[in-house]
Design a binder for this molecule. Structure first.
Ligand code: HEC
Length: 187
């Protein structure tokens, strides 16, 4: 009698994990609100606009750069407009889709790139399940930013700190391999 009972428990727990998996996946993104993301959109970091805090770089793939910069430089936070692209180090990018794309992340997509002299390659993208190369979940950290900061961590918005110090961050920013090509052209 023990064995069939065990089987039932197994069945129930299997059903539970399948439904949990489905719930996880139904963390739905509205395709109509999704912006097209192509690898050509990702620029050499130092060719993007720098936030006033000096820590991260921004762009806007819908051409609305002024509105993005305004929020990035605001001292009291704000909602980033659709099309905003934000990056601290070349391989990690946040992109804001149109309003209503994904409520859970306030329409941000987290993107992990491989970068080289030939450009950018997307190796991971999504909402709550993207993990960086240090094994950290992007959303897990960024959701800790206080609400007025729209998931942007900065240096004092409430996120857990990165495992690298500011000096290292600046060194990584200044050695973005995607910039090499344009430097060569300048010579
Ligand atoms: C351990 C927590 C943690 C993880 C994991 C993490 N981040 Fe961050 N992220 C931070 C912190 C803290 C900063 C601000 C660092 C600073 O400016 O000193 C930051 C900065 C950024 C910025 C610049 C804008 C901002 O929020 O200040 C972007 C863009 C970004 N991260 C994207 C990502 C992406 C994409 C991933 C996953 C592939 C990721 N992050 C994973 C904590 C994290």
């Amino acid at each position: 009698m023990v064995i069939p009972r065990f089987k039932n428990t197994l069945k129930i727990s299997l059903m539970l994990s399948v439904s949990l998996l489905l719930i996880g996946q139904s963390n739905s993104q509205d395709n109509d609100k999704q912006l097209d993301v192509t690898e050509g959109l990702f620029k050499c970091l130092t060719e993007m606009a720098k936030s006033d805090s000096g820590s991260f770089f921004v762009d806007n793939i819908l051409g609305n750069l002024e509105a993005t910069i305004e929020v990035a430089n605001s001292e009291s936070g704000g909602e980033y407009p659709a099309g905003s692209l934000v990056s601290l180090i070349p391989t990690e990018v946040m992109l804001k889709h149109r309003e209503g794309w994904n409520e859970g992340t306030n329409d941000w997509e987290f993107i992990e790139l491989n970068v080289s002299e030939t450009g950018s390659e997307i190796i991971g993208r999504g909402t709550t399940d993207v993990v960086n190369r240090f094994g950290g979940n992007c959303f897990g950290c960024h959701q800790l930013a206080r609400p007025e900061w729209d998931l942007i961590c900065g240096s004092d918005h409430g996120c857990a700190p990165l495992p690298i110090d500011r000096e290292t961050i600046v060194a990584i920013q200044n050695s973005d391999p995607r910039c090499v090509k344009s430097d060569d052209n300048d010579l």
